[in-house]
Design a protein around this ligand. Sequence first.
Ligand code: SRM
Ligand code: SF4
Length: 560
Amino acid sequence: MDTERPLSANERIKLASNLLRGTIADGLTRTETGALADDDTQLTKFHGFYQQDDRDLRAERGKQRMEKAFSFMVRMRVPAGILSPKQWLKVEKLAVERANGTIRLTTRETVQFHGILKGSLKPLMQGLHADLLDTIAACGDVNRNVIATADPWRPGLHAEITGLARDLSTHLLPRTRAWHEIWLDEEKVSGEVVEDEPILGRTYLPRKFKIAVALPPHNDVDVFAHDLGLIAIVEQDRIAGYNVVVGGGMGMTHGEPETYPRVGDVIGFCRPENAIDVAEQVVTVQRDYGDRSNRKHARLKYTIDGMGIDHFAALVNERLAVKLEPARAFAFTSTGDRFGWAMEADGSAHFTLFVENGRIRGRTMAGLHKIAELNVGRFIMTPNQNLILADIPAASRTMVDALLREYDLDLPSSGLRRNAMACVALPTCGLAMAESERYLPDLVTLLEDELERFGLREDDITIRMTGCPNGCARPYVSEIGLVGRTPGLYNLYLGGSRDGTRLNKLYRGDVDGNAIVGILSPLFESYAANRLDGECFGDFAIRCGAVAKTVAGLDFHDNT
Ligand code: SRM
Ligand code: SF4
């Protein structure tokens, strides 16, 4: 750890916060403003919410000298993304009564509520808690929601890894009672705070920390994009243990090459009974060695690149009771979801529902309400912003199927659309430089026309868009990535692999929608004519770029 450089402002705020309490409770009582105190807006992240303002209204309200249209975004903690039908109904009720009437499924298997006014925060938190849900550590410099493969095929293995996700989440939670005190009115610890943070430390981690658990051959979680990934190794139908991947991350800043996306490195293998210790020690090494001066350089990926992967692995091993073994073989095939019905041997079934960019409202919400009222199965949110109605018993399948049809929840989509993801961006995200969720569906419609012309409509091709370079839809590991630069303009990346193991590359900077279609159309044509057997679009793009630009004349740049 560098002790010479001054600590970042957030470190000061955390230290002075009395274990994440700050003056949040007081701020909630102040009715003269829709906002909270500045320092508290950093602390609220640890409680699972962000202060935002409606950016569509910002200029007009500024002109009128009015306060910004403040509201809050609340993110739930749902390890492995699993909700009961009853919990789903509660989420919907709170979205309608306390937020903007929509449920937003995120790229990390949880729900975000948007547009919550200050006075609704407490009822919302209490409503969640009444159904055994919470928002603790959903954001902030802590271990975030732990995600695990959403696909419930192979139920025994799925149960084991989702159980691990839950245990990891619980084990790495902050110990402070601040959340319970502020939101549930739990009696305050009198006088000096007596809790301690044995794992995270009293100033928590230098930056956010994310864990994903994958079950090959499915890499729906994008395990290489996380600070820590665990890849289940299945031998004789049992989980023998997990390969340990460290140092993935997507965020970068335009024009700052010292910031970059990175795919994680595999550093070894651990037995199932040691997985939690491995996670704890990776977290504690990052706690002790991460950069607390410069938040743009504070993620684990930079800690690792600073000291070298071998040194990092050695530090983790030193702290482990049982050392890592050599990594074992594994293979991924895709990062996408499997849509439609999938049957289990016992007659039960799962239905994976396409939810465009994760936003649930209107008829989709009404149909899911009816299905949840049947009170069968489970709702599993996928890391691709979709939803699986899992474990539907044979006796209920016809009824669920009828509701899916009645509410148009089973309509087919093109291969490109069903593999598309967009981050939230405008109007709520304070960091957005361009549209994303509100624009990608229209761009996909234009691209579908081109794909149709070349007979590629049904081909799975991943396309991901973000409104800024932070990478919330993991655009740097998709086959086609679009990253917002300024309103209407995007950087276009090509060449991610279908299995999520390879970063794509910057292909063209500052292109608008028409230019994007103009660039991709001949590439689609060339792909249709010249692809190798089974070759996916991302691999084709790389092959064209690497092999003397013969097929499509691709000219790649480095993606930093
Ligand atoms: Fe993200 C910040 C939305 C997944 C990297 N992200 C934000 C904020 C909170 C903006 C802010 O700080 O003010 C966005 C809120 C927008 C809104 O109005 O709702 C936001 N991130 C999202 C979600 C909702 C995108 C989505 O459309 O689904 C995802 C919520 C995940 C969850 O449930 O926890 C989301 N964010 C991601 C991912 C993907 C992942 O983790 O698999 C990444 C890239 C992976 C990574 O962390 O490296 C990601 N978000 C960021 C970053 C850049 C971090 C960095 O290391 O540079 C920021 C900005 C920051 O932290 O300073 C950010
Ligand atoms: Fe906001 Fe940028 Fe994340 Fe999109 S990628 S949600 S614009 S921070």
